[in-house]
Ligand binder design. Sequence first.
Ligand code: NAP
Ligand code: GFB
Length: 361
Amino acid sequence: MEDNILDQSTPMRVLVTGGTGLVGRAIQHVVREERGIREGEEWIFLSSTDANLMDAGETREVFQKHQPTHVIHLAAMVGGLFKNMRANLDFWRNNIYINDNVLQAAHEVDAVQVVSCLSTCIFPDKTTYPIDETMIHNGPPHKSNFGYSYAKRMLNVYNSAYHDQERGRFYTAVIPTNVFGPHDNFNIKDGHVLPGLIHKAYIAQKEGSPLVVWGSGTPRRQFIYSLDLARLFLWVLTEYKEVEPIILSVGEEEEVSIKEAAEAVVEVMRFKGQVTYDTAKADGQFKKTASNAKLRQYCPNFTFTPFKQGTFIHSTGNLRKTFWENSGECGLVFTVGLVLPSIALKETCDWFVANYDSARK
Ligand code: NAP
Ligand code: GFB
């Protein structure tokens, strides 16, 4: 265990907890459709039906069964602002249990790498901007999601403790901003803002009713497309050698207001009705502007799928294939092409409309 590195000749056996959610499905897609599964490798994508990870026994059992060499730990109780405000205790307890069980089970089967997933909402609410990785514990998080935030902060504590006590353990974590994409949770009460607005626009279009945006529309967010996050997760899994976490986010200049996000959804969904703002609803955290400077040091050329309308890549297929041919080096070259609405949002809306009956909602 001393060097905690898997010799290159041994193919990885990767267990992805939470493999059936928004981010898990994106990783499935990128592994199967872009990167490809290399000879001898195994990828296991877990759902809660395979094992309830809040239960230590079930967790240990599923890890003993699969004996992973690498773990991508995504499983969590996840939700938007309004679900968090309703259930801070559940978010704390569920995620604390899941994280303790998963890291200990991974350690017991001698997994050489575990990449866990935090979120930029865990950073202190009163802080200087842009936020960077060193600020995680510098003060209380926003009151709307303290349960989730403190539980997620503990993952950073676990990683340091495993490294400290279990010499050579390099368990680490990534910190994405708000994620969106196909297979998201489109439940209007529990979900995040983009799937919530897409679902509401879909219904309002059908019923000829106004699209109601909750809150004032002034808060600001950075949105990362699930497929981009998936590509970066795979880079972190094999190339990132730090215990300290890394923010995975678009640049600060890509931050948009909720009003701009709603306008983008209206554009892509071709919604023609009235748009109103329900200012009786909470705005939550005003902003959580994150710096991706550390990511840019490692991946200066990684190209995010734009959220805002504007320049777009000529041919995504070739581009995405290029990424894996340069495995290990997240460098990319692209050509400026036609000006199109946000492709990431369009792919997400098209997926929702095409899968309305089976989508989580
Ligand atoms: P999601 O779509 O809600 O998926 C959650 C996944 O966790 C599902 O596969 C679910 O299994 C599994 N799960 C939940 N409770 C479980 C339990 N008790 N035992 C076993 N599995 C359980 O979540 P997501 O948006 O993909 O989030 C993935 C990770 O990214 C999470 O750690 C989240 O905190 C983090 N994150 C998300 C965002 C965002 O905007 N969505 C932003 C930053 C960070 P079932 O399919 O069987 O329910
Ligand atoms: O995505 P969201 O639910 O989470 O809300 P947070 C973002 C913003 O969108 C808030 C506004 O200012 C909401 O007032 N909003 C407008 C809406 N319309 C809607 C709508 O229809 N649905 C929703 N949900 N919001 C979460 C954290 O914070 O970020 C979680 O609570 C997690 O723990 C997640 O970390 C990534 O960005 O405010």
